[in-house]
Design a binder for this molecule. Structure first.
Ligand SMILES: [Zn+2]
Length: 274
């Protein structure tokens, strides 16, 4: 749709049209080849999505690339969203016990579910990033200076946020501070499997250079396989897991159209030793 038409469609009507399109798509693609655990429907195909830039292939960036079976036709969840959802559902008490949750830059498909869970005290906001404004109806949460007390949250979820913010150390310190001891952060980022060391160059500032070197116009670095060490140096105990390798229940990778190359990193603030 061209942008001038988009601008004259009132926001609420826009949402409604999008919703109707999702319902229709859900019906058109109905089937039993794939299953979306978030909207709990089966589909004959998932839809393609992601970026298709040379650097993504060259550096084998997981979490940013184009994939054929990526988007759920009904709830528009990506493979990344489904991985986070399944982990929280199958491996934690996120859906069942009282939890204080901070969710920054919430994925729409997850936000719709999480914001209605009665066991959660759920705080969500759009991410702060210098030079960009990600308009949505949520307040902006600046991860460099959080307004919450120490030891507040059981979970902090901020996926695909760190690669947008220059002050990474400050952000990790803040997330660590507001987590309760034993609390967990889920901070997924695109990771280049071909890069042993995260690449960041402050002279790369234009949108086209950022696309070329980092794989997206608004990224400020490209994470390498040293990513878990960067989390660990902020004090987190990091574990990684993925369905298919660990004991995840049910048919997983193929059925849920996950990315078999994507690990989920869990960054835990160490519990207090008694
Ligand atoms: Zn779905």
């Amino acid at each position: 749709m061209n942008s001038s038409i988009k601008n004259i469609i009132p926001r609420k009507l826009g949402y409604r049209l999008k919703n109707i399109r999702s319902v229709v798509r859900g019906y058109v693609y109905k089937g039993d080849q794939y299953y979306c655990p978030i909207c709990r429907q089966g589909f004959k195909t998932m839809l393609p999505g992601g970026f298709d830039l040379p650097v993504i292939k060259e550096k084998e960036i997981v979490g940013g690339g184009y994939r054929q079976n990526n988007i759920c036709p009904r709830c528009q969840s990506t493979d990344r969203d489904r991985l986070v959802y399944l982990y929280l559902k199958e491996k934690t008490t996120f859906f069942t016990a009282p939890q204080q949750v901070l969710h920054v830059a919430p994925e729409q498909s997850l936000f719709r579910v999480f914001s209605k869970l009665p066991n959660l005290t759920y705080t969500a906001g759009t991410k702060y990033q210098e030079g960009f404004y990600y308009s949505d109806e949520l307040p902006v949460i600046d991860l460099r200076a959080l307004s919450y007390n120490d030891n507040t949250f059981d979970f902090v979820i901020a996926n695909h946020v760190l690669e947008h913010i220059k002050e990474e150390k400050k952000v990790l310190r803040e997330i660590f501070r507001v987590l309760k001891p034993g609390g967990n952060a889920i901070l997924q980022v695109p990771i280049a499997n071909k890069l042993k060391q995260t690449f960041e160059d402050i002279t790369i500032v234009t949108k086209s250079d950022r696309e070329r070197y980092y794989g997206q116009f608004d990224h400020v670095r490209l994470y390498g396989t040293d990513y878990p060490e960067r989390l660990a140096s902020a004090g987190f105990v990091v574990t990684k897991t993925k369905p298919g390798e660990d004991a995840w229940p049910m048919p997983t990778v193929k059925k849920f159209a996950l990315n078999s190359d994507e690990y989920l990193y869990i960054a835990q603030k160490p519990p207090i030793k008694l």
